[in-house]
Design a protein around this ligand. Sequence first.
Ligand code: NAD
Ligand code: ZN
Ligand code: ZN
Length: 378
Amino acid sequence: MRTQAAILWEPGTEWKVEDIELDPPRAGEVLVRVATAGLCHSEEHHRNGDVPFAAPMIGGHEGAGYVEATGPGVTLVRPGDYIVFSSIPNCGRCPSCAEGRQHLCDLGAGIMKGRQIGDGTARHHAGRAAGGPDLGISCLVGCHARHTVVNEASVIPVDATAAPEVACLTGCGVATGWGSAVYAGGTRPGSSVAVVGCGGLGSAAIQGARLAGARHVFAIDPVPFKRDKARDFGATHVAETVTAARGLVREVTWGRMCDVVVLTMGTGRADLMDDILALAAKRGRIVVTNIYPVRDGGPALALNGPALNGIAAWEKQLVGCIFGSVNSRADIPRLLGLYSDGRLDLTGMVTRTYPLEDINAGYQDMRDGRNIRGVLVM
Ligand SMILES: NC(=O)c1ccc[n+]([C@@H]2O[C@H](COP(=O)([O-])OP(=O)(O)OC[C@H]3O[C@@H](n4cnc5c(N)ncnc54)[C@H](O)[C@@H]3O)[C@@H](O)[C@H]2O)c1
Ligand SMILES: [Zn+2]
Ligand SMILES: [Zn+2]
Protein backbone atom coordinates (compact mmCIF):
# COMPACT_ATOMS: atom_id res chain seq x y z
CA MET A 1 0.00 0.00 0.00
CA ARG A 2 0.97 3.65 -0.39
CA THR A 3 1.41 5.73 2.78
CA GLN A 4 3.55 8.59 4.08
CA ALA A 5 6.48 8.69 6.48
CA ALA A 6 9.17 11.05 7.79
CA ILE A 7 12.54 9.82 6.52
CA LEU A 8 16.06 10.76 7.59
CA TRP A 9 18.32 10.17 4.59
CA GLU A 10 21.55 11.21 6.29
CA PRO A 11 22.76 12.89 9.47
CA GLY A 12 22.83 16.67 9.44
CA THR A 13 19.71 16.95 7.25
CA GLU A 14 16.04 17.51 8.09
CA TRP A 15 13.26 14.92 8.18
CA LYS A 16 11.61 14.54 4.75
CA VAL A 17 7.94 13.58 4.64
CA GLU A 18 7.53 11.37 1.58
CA ASP A 19 5.27 8.79 0.02
CA ILE A 20 6.46 5.27 0.75
CA GLU A 21 5.43 1.79 -0.30
CA LEU A 22 4.51 -0.51 2.58
CA ASP A 23 4.39 -4.30 2.12
CA PRO A 24 1.66 -6.34 3.83
CA PRO A 25 2.51 -7.91 7.21
CA ARG A 26 4.25 -11.29 7.04
CA ALA A 27 4.31 -14.00 9.73
CA GLY A 28 4.16 -12.52 13.23
CA GLU A 29 3.72 -8.97 11.92
CA VAL A 30 1.06 -6.32 12.35
CA LEU A 31 -0.05 -3.45 10.10
CA VAL A 32 -0.85 -0.43 12.28
CA ARG A 33 -2.64 2.79 11.31
CA VAL A 34 -0.69 5.27 13.40
CA ALA A 35 -2.86 7.81 15.26
CA THR A 36 -0.23 9.80 17.16
CA ALA A 37 3.52 9.83 17.72
CA GLY A 38 5.65 11.70 20.25
CA LEU A 39 8.75 13.69 19.33
CA CYS A 40 11.32 11.99 21.60
CA HIS A 41 14.78 13.53 21.83
CA SER A 42 16.42 10.23 20.81
CA GLU A 43 15.58 10.82 17.12
CA GLU A 44 17.32 14.19 17.36
CA HIS A 45 20.62 12.49 18.21
CA HIS A 46 20.44 10.72 14.83
CA ARG A 47 19.39 13.86 12.97
CA ASN A 48 22.25 15.96 14.33
CA GLY A 49 24.87 13.21 13.98
CA ASP A 50 25.44 12.59 17.71
CA VAL A 51 24.47 8.92 17.37
CA PRO A 52 24.91 6.86 14.17
CA PHE A 53 21.99 5.04 12.55
CA ALA A 54 21.35 2.79 9.56
CA ALA A 55 20.27 5.26 6.86
CA PRO A 56 17.80 5.84 5.38
CA MET A 57 15.45 5.49 8.33
CA ILE A 58 11.84 6.27 9.19
CA GLY A 59 11.77 7.93 12.62
CA GLY A 60 9.41 7.44 15.52
CA HIS A 61 9.27 4.88 18.31
CA GLU A 62 6.75 6.47 20.70
CA GLY A 63 3.26 6.07 19.27
CA ALA A 64 -0.30 4.82 19.46
CA GLY A 65 -2.64 3.52 16.79
CA TYR A 66 -5.03 0.88 15.54
CA VAL A 67 -4.32 -2.56 14.14
CA GLU A 68 -5.50 -2.77 10.54
CA ALA A 69 -4.28 -6.24 9.57
CA THR A 70 -2.25 -9.10 10.97
CA GLY A 71 0.08 -11.60 9.32
CA PRO A 72 -0.04 -15.37 9.79
CA GLY A 73 0.42 -16.62 13.34
CA VAL A 74 -0.34 -13.37 15.16
CA THR A 75 -2.30 -14.15 18.32
CA LEU A 76 -1.76 -11.05 20.47
CA VAL A 77 -3.98 -8.59 18.57
CA ARG A 78 -6.59 -8.47 15.83
CA PRO A 79 -7.81 -5.78 13.43
CA GLY A 80 -9.44 -2.87 15.25
CA ASP A 81 -7.39 -3.26 18.43
CA TYR A 82 -5.97 -0.11 20.02
CA ILE A 83 -2.23 -0.36 20.72
CA VAL A 84 0.73 1.55 22.08
CA PHE A 85 4.10 0.71 20.51
CA SER A 86 6.77 -0.63 22.84
CA SER A 87 9.97 1.24 21.97
CA ILE A 88 11.94 -1.92 22.85
CA PRO A 89 10.32 -5.09 21.48
CA ASN A 90 9.75 -7.95 23.87
CA CYS A 91 9.38 -11.63 23.13
CA GLY A 92 8.32 -12.73 26.61
CA ARG A 93 10.50 -15.84 26.60
CA CYS A 94 14.19 -14.92 26.31
CA PRO A 95 16.18 -15.08 29.59
CA SER A 96 15.77 -11.33 30.20
CA CYS A 97 12.02 -11.35 29.55
CA ALA A 98 11.66 -14.49 31.67
CA GLU A 99 13.40 -12.72 34.55
CA GLY A 100 11.01 -9.80 34.31
CA ARG A 101 13.36 -7.48 32.44
CA GLN A 102 11.54 -6.92 29.19
CA HIS A 103 13.51 -3.70 28.62
CA LEU A 104 16.56 -5.96 28.07
CA CYS A 105 14.82 -8.42 25.71
CA ASP A 106 17.26 -10.17 23.38
CA LEU A 107 15.24 -8.88 20.42
CA GLY A 108 16.78 -5.49 21.23
CA ALA A 109 19.97 -6.76 19.56
CA GLY A 110 18.54 -5.91 16.13
CA ILE A 111 17.24 -2.49 17.03
CA MET A 112 19.93 -0.46 15.26
CA LYS A 113 19.44 -2.33 11.97
CA GLY A 114 15.77 -1.35 11.76
CA ARG A 115 14.72 -4.45 9.81
CA GLN A 116 11.85 -6.80 10.63
CA ILE A 117 12.46 -9.15 13.55
CA GLY A 118 11.02 -12.20 11.78
CA ASP A 119 13.21 -12.40 8.68
CA GLY A 120 15.55 -9.40 8.72
CA THR A 121 14.03 -7.79 5.63
CA ALA A 122 12.27 -4.44 5.15
CA ARG A 123 8.52 -3.85 4.65
CA HIS A 124 9.06 -0.11 4.10
CA HIS A 125 10.39 1.15 0.75
CA ALA A 126 11.10 4.66 -0.48
CA GLY A 127 9.25 6.01 -3.49
CA ARG A 128 5.90 5.38 -5.02
CA ALA A 129 6.52 2.00 -6.59
CA ALA A 130 7.21 -1.43 -5.15
CA GLY A 131 10.91 -2.29 -5.20
CA GLY A 132 12.16 1.14 -4.06
CA PRO A 133 15.13 1.33 -1.67
CA ASP A 134 14.58 -0.34 1.70
CA LEU A 135 13.94 1.92 4.68
CA GLY A 136 14.88 1.12 8.26
CA ILE A 137 12.45 1.84 11.09
CA SER A 138 13.50 3.53 14.34
CA CYS A 139 13.49 1.09 17.28
CA LEU A 140 11.77 -1.45 14.99
CA VAL A 141 8.65 0.78 15.10
CA GLY A 142 8.91 3.71 12.62
CA CYS A 143 5.74 5.51 13.73
CA HIS A 144 6.51 8.95 12.34
CA ALA A 145 4.31 7.67 9.54
CA ARG A 146 0.66 7.22 8.73
CA HIS A 147 1.05 3.43 8.74
CA THR A 148 3.77 1.01 9.75
CA VAL A 149 4.36 -2.74 9.87
CA VAL A 150 5.99 -4.10 13.03
CA ASN A 151 6.44 -7.41 14.79
CA GLU A 152 3.81 -8.26 17.39
CA ALA A 153 6.67 -8.06 19.92
CA SER A 154 6.48 -4.26 19.46
CA VAL A 155 2.78 -3.71 20.19
CA ILE A 156 0.99 -3.50 23.53
CA PRO A 157 -2.81 -3.76 23.33
CA VAL A 158 -4.37 -1.23 25.73
CA ASP A 159 -7.90 -0.20 26.63
CA ALA A 160 -9.41 2.82 24.96
CA THR A 161 -9.72 5.06 28.04
CA ALA A 162 -6.69 7.21 27.19
CA ALA A 163 -6.82 9.17 23.92
CA PRO A 164 -3.95 8.51 21.50
CA GLU A 165 -2.57 12.06 22.02
CA VAL A 166 -1.57 11.12 25.57
CA ALA A 167 -1.38 7.32 25.37
CA CYS A 168 1.50 7.46 22.87
CA LEU A 169 3.82 8.97 25.50
CA THR A 170 3.77 5.75 27.52
CA GLY A 171 5.55 3.93 24.67
CA CYS A 172 8.85 5.67 25.43
CA GLY A 173 9.18 8.99 27.26
CA VAL A 174 6.80 8.46 30.15
CA ALA A 175 7.73 4.82 30.76
CA THR A 176 11.43 5.69 30.56
CA GLY A 177 11.32 8.75 32.81
CA TRP A 178 8.94 7.22 35.35
CA GLY A 179 10.87 3.95 35.49
CA SER A 180 14.21 5.80 35.79
CA ALA A 181 13.02 7.26 39.09
CA VAL A 182 10.91 4.35 40.34
CA TYR A 183 12.63 1.16 39.12
CA ALA A 184 16.22 2.03 38.18
CA GLY A 185 16.51 4.69 40.90
CA GLY A 186 14.51 2.78 43.50
CA THR A 187 12.77 5.87 44.91
CA ARG A 188 11.03 5.06 48.19
CA PRO A 189 8.77 6.97 50.57
CA GLY A 190 10.83 9.78 52.06
CA SER A 191 13.57 9.71 49.37
CA SER A 192 15.28 12.85 48.15
CA VAL A 193 15.39 12.80 44.35
CA ALA A 194 17.04 15.12 41.82
CA VAL A 195 15.98 15.13 38.17
CA VAL A 196 18.51 16.71 35.81
CA GLY A 197 16.73 17.80 32.61
CA CYS A 198 12.97 18.30 32.84
CA GLY A 199 11.66 17.65 29.32
CA GLY A 200 9.57 14.65 28.28
CA LEU A 201 11.46 12.06 30.31
CA GLY A 202 12.30 14.32 33.24
CA SER A 203 8.67 15.41 33.70
CA ALA A 204 7.69 11.75 33.98
CA ALA A 205 10.61 11.07 36.35
CA ILE A 206 9.37 13.86 38.62
CA GLN A 207 5.89 12.33 38.61
CA GLY A 208 7.31 8.86 39.27
CA ALA A 209 9.28 10.18 42.23
CA ARG A 210 6.17 11.91 43.58
CA LEU A 211 4.04 8.77 43.18
CA ALA A 212 6.72 6.63 44.86
CA GLY A 213 6.56 8.91 47.90
CA ALA A 214 9.67 11.06 47.56
CA ARG A 215 9.92 13.77 50.19
CA HIS A 216 12.06 16.18 48.16
CA VAL A 217 12.08 16.36 44.36
CA PHE A 218 14.69 18.77 42.95
CA ALA A 219 14.03 19.68 39.31
CA ILE A 220 17.09 21.02 37.47
CA ASP A 221 16.70 22.66 34.05
CA PRO A 222 18.04 25.88 32.50
CA VAL A 223 14.66 26.73 30.87
CA PRO A 224 12.22 28.68 33.12
CA PHE A 225 9.14 27.11 31.43
CA LYS A 226 10.44 23.62 32.26
CA ARG A 227 11.02 24.57 35.89
CA ASP A 228 7.48 26.03 36.16
CA LYS A 229 6.00 22.85 34.71
CA ALA A 230 8.20 20.75 36.98
CA ARG A 231 6.47 22.30 40.00
CA ASP A 232 3.08 21.34 38.48
CA PHE A 233 4.32 17.75 38.10
CA GLY A 234 5.44 17.53 41.72
CA ALA A 235 8.89 19.09 42.10
CA THR A 236 9.35 20.60 45.55
CA HIS A 237 12.44 22.67 44.60
CA VAL A 238 13.95 23.91 41.33
CA ALA A 239 17.42 25.00 40.17
CA GLU A 240 18.87 26.22 36.89
CA THR A 241 22.03 24.12 36.83
CA VAL A 242 23.56 21.09 38.50
CA THR A 243 26.19 23.35 40.06
CA ALA A 244 23.58 25.76 41.40
CA ALA A 245 21.56 22.85 42.80
CA ARG A 246 24.36 21.61 45.05
CA GLY A 247 23.98 24.26 47.78
CA LEU A 248 20.20 24.02 47.64
CA VAL A 249 20.21 20.24 48.00
CA ARG A 250 22.72 20.43 50.82
CA GLU A 251 20.60 22.95 52.70
CA VAL A 252 17.25 21.23 52.18
CA THR A 253 18.53 17.71 53.00
CA TRP A 254 20.70 18.90 55.92
CA GLY A 255 23.77 17.72 54.05
CA ARG A 256 22.55 14.19 53.37
CA MET A 257 22.08 14.94 49.62
CA CYS A 258 19.97 12.87 47.15
CA ASP A 259 19.16 9.18 47.32
CA VAL A 260 18.38 9.19 43.61
CA VAL A 261 19.72 11.43 40.82
CA VAL A 262 18.06 10.88 37.44
CA LEU A 263 19.89 12.14 34.34
CA THR A 264 17.45 13.10 31.60
CA MET A 265 19.22 15.98 29.87
CA GLY A 266 18.53 16.38 26.16
CA THR A 267 22.19 15.62 25.44
CA GLY A 268 24.23 13.92 28.14
CA ARG A 269 27.12 16.03 29.46
CA ALA A 270 30.15 13.97 30.46
CA ASP A 271 31.87 17.11 31.76
CA LEU A 272 29.18 17.54 34.44
CA MET A 273 29.60 14.09 35.99
CA ASP A 274 31.70 15.22 38.95
CA ASP A 275 29.14 17.88 39.88
CA ILE A 276 26.36 15.33 39.40
CA LEU A 277 28.09 12.82 41.69
CA ALA A 278 28.30 15.57 44.29
CA LEU A 279 24.47 15.65 44.42
CA ALA A 280 24.29 12.01 45.55
CA ALA A 281 23.95 10.87 49.16
CA LYS A 282 25.72 7.94 50.81
CA ARG A 283 24.65 4.94 48.69
CA GLY A 284 22.95 7.47 46.43
CA ARG A 285 22.17 6.14 42.98
CA ILE A 286 22.81 8.13 39.79
CA VAL A 287 20.62 6.84 36.97
CA VAL A 288 22.09 7.47 33.52
CA THR A 289 19.16 7.58 31.12
CA ASN A 290 20.18 10.41 28.78
CA ILE A 291 22.27 9.65 25.71
CA TYR A 292 25.78 10.98 25.06
CA PRO A 293 27.22 11.93 21.65
CA VAL A 294 29.45 9.07 20.46
CA ARG A 295 32.37 11.39 19.71
CA ASP A 296 32.50 12.78 23.28
CA GLY A 297 35.21 11.55 25.60
CA GLY A 298 34.32 9.91 28.90
CA PRO A 299 33.96 11.84 32.13
CA ALA A 300 37.01 12.51 34.27
CA LEU A 301 35.82 11.26 37.65
CA ALA A 302 37.34 11.97 41.04
CA LEU A 303 36.61 8.38 42.05
CA ASN A 304 38.23 8.66 45.46
CA GLY A 305 38.49 12.41 45.78
CA PRO A 306 36.93 14.71 48.34
CA ALA A 307 34.25 13.07 50.49
CA LEU A 308 31.42 14.58 48.53
CA ASN A 309 32.68 13.10 45.29
CA GLY A 310 34.07 9.87 46.67
CA ILE A 311 32.44 6.94 44.94
CA ALA A 312 34.15 4.43 47.25
CA ALA A 313 33.86 6.34 50.51
CA TRP A 314 30.16 7.08 50.08
CA GLU A 315 29.33 3.92 48.11
CA LYS A 316 27.82 5.93 45.29
CA GLN A 317 26.18 3.90 42.54
CA LEU A 318 26.23 4.79 38.87
CA VAL A 319 23.62 2.74 36.97
CA GLY A 320 22.50 2.75 33.36
CA CYS A 321 18.85 2.66 32.39
CA ILE A 322 17.19 1.67 29.13
CA PHE A 323 13.44 2.19 28.68
CA GLY A 324 12.99 2.95 32.39
CA SER A 325 13.83 -0.68 33.28
CA VAL A 326 10.12 -1.34 32.69
CA ASN A 327 8.25 -4.46 31.67
CA SER A 328 6.27 -2.78 28.95
CA ARG A 329 3.47 -5.39 28.80
CA ALA A 330 2.68 -4.73 32.44
CA ASP A 331 3.86 -1.16 32.88
CA ILE A 332 2.30 0.60 29.86
CA PRO A 333 -1.22 -0.50 30.98
CA ARG A 334 -0.20 0.35 34.57
CA LEU A 335 0.78 3.90 33.59
CA LEU A 336 -2.40 4.38 31.57
CA GLY A 337 -4.37 3.21 34.62
CA LEU A 338 -2.68 5.86 36.78
CA TYR A 339 -3.54 8.42 34.11
CA SER A 340 -7.19 7.31 34.06
CA ASP A 341 -7.33 7.65 37.85
CA GLY A 342 -6.00 11.21 37.62
CA ARG A 343 -2.72 10.39 39.38
CA LEU A 344 -0.36 10.68 36.40
CA ASP A 345 -0.62 13.91 34.41
CA LEU A 346 -0.11 13.08 30.75
CA THR A 347 -2.33 15.88 29.42
CA GLY A 348 -0.03 18.50 30.95
CA MET A 349 2.94 16.89 29.22
CA VAL A 350 1.60 17.38 25.69
CA THR A 351 2.46 21.00 25.00
CA ARG A 352 1.74 21.12 21.25
CA THR A 353 0.48 18.86 18.49
CA TYR A 354 1.54 18.96 14.82
CA PRO A 355 0.51 17.34 11.55
CA LEU A 356 3.09 14.89 10.16
CA GLU A 357 4.29 17.39 7.55
CA ASP A 358 5.30 19.84 10.35
CA ILE A 359 7.67 17.38 12.05
CA ASN A 360 10.70 19.65 11.58
CA ALA A 361 8.86 22.56 13.22
CA GLY A 362 8.03 20.24 16.11
CA TYR A 363 11.67 19.30 16.57
CA GLN A 364 12.68 22.96 16.34
CA ASP A 365 10.26 23.72 19.20
CA MET A 366 11.87 20.89 21.19
CA ARG A 367 15.35 22.33 20.55
CA ASP A 368 14.08 25.80 21.52
CA GLY A 369 12.81 24.48 24.87
CA ARG A 370 9.17 25.27 24.05
CA ASN A 371 7.71 21.78 24.57
CA ILE A 372 7.51 19.26 27.35
CA ARG A 373 6.46 16.93 24.53
CA GLY A 374 5.35 17.70 21.00
CA VAL A 375 3.05 15.09 19.47
CA LEU A 376 2.36 14.36 15.79
CA VAL A 377 -1.32 13.74 15.08
CA MET A 378 -1.77 11.77 11.87
N1 NAD B 1 17.74 5.38 28.00
C1 NAD B 1 16.60 5.40 27.34
O1 NAD B 1 15.91 4.37 27.25
C2 NAD B 1 16.11 6.64 26.68
C3 NAD B 1 14.82 6.67 26.12
C4 NAD B 1 14.37 7.86 25.57
C5 NAD B 1 15.17 8.99 25.56
N2 NAD B 1 16.43 8.90 26.07
C6 NAD B 1 17.32 10.09 26.13
O2 NAD B 1 16.97 10.85 27.28
C7 NAD B 1 17.31 12.22 27.05
C8 NAD B 1 16.10 13.10 27.35
O3 NAD B 1 15.10 12.91 26.35
P1 NAD B 1 13.80 13.84 26.30
O4 NAD B 1 12.98 13.35 25.17
O5 NAD B 1 13.20 13.97 27.64
O6 NAD B 1 14.47 15.25 25.89
P2 NAD B 1 13.84 16.74 26.01
O7 NAD B 1 14.50 17.55 24.96
O8 NAD B 1 12.36 16.67 26.05
O9 NAD B 1 14.30 17.23 27.46
C9 NAD B 1 15.64 17.47 27.78
C10 NAD B 1 15.68 18.57 28.85
O10 NAD B 1 17.03 18.71 29.31
C11 NAD B 1 17.24 20.07 29.59
N3 NAD B 1 18.68 20.30 29.66
C12 NAD B 1 19.55 20.43 28.64
N4 NAD B 1 20.80 20.63 29.12
C13 NAD B 1 20.71 20.60 30.48
C14 NAD B 1 21.64 20.72 31.54
N5 NAD B 1 22.95 20.93 31.30
N6 NAD B 1 21.20 20.64 32.82
C15 NAD B 1 19.89 20.44 33.07
N7 NAD B 1 18.95 20.30 32.10
C16 NAD B 1 19.36 20.38 30.82
C17 NAD B 1 16.51 20.78 28.46
O11 NAD B 1 16.23 22.14 28.78
C18 NAD B 1 15.25 19.94 28.34
O12 NAD B 1 14.20 20.44 29.16
C19 NAD B 1 17.79 12.29 25.61
O13 NAD B 1 19.20 12.17 25.59
C20 NAD B 1 17.16 11.06 24.99
O14 NAD B 1 17.82 10.63 23.83
C21 NAD B 1 16.92 7.77 26.64
ZN1 ZN C 1 12.26 7.72 23.02
ZN1 ZN D 1 12.64 -11.29 25.30
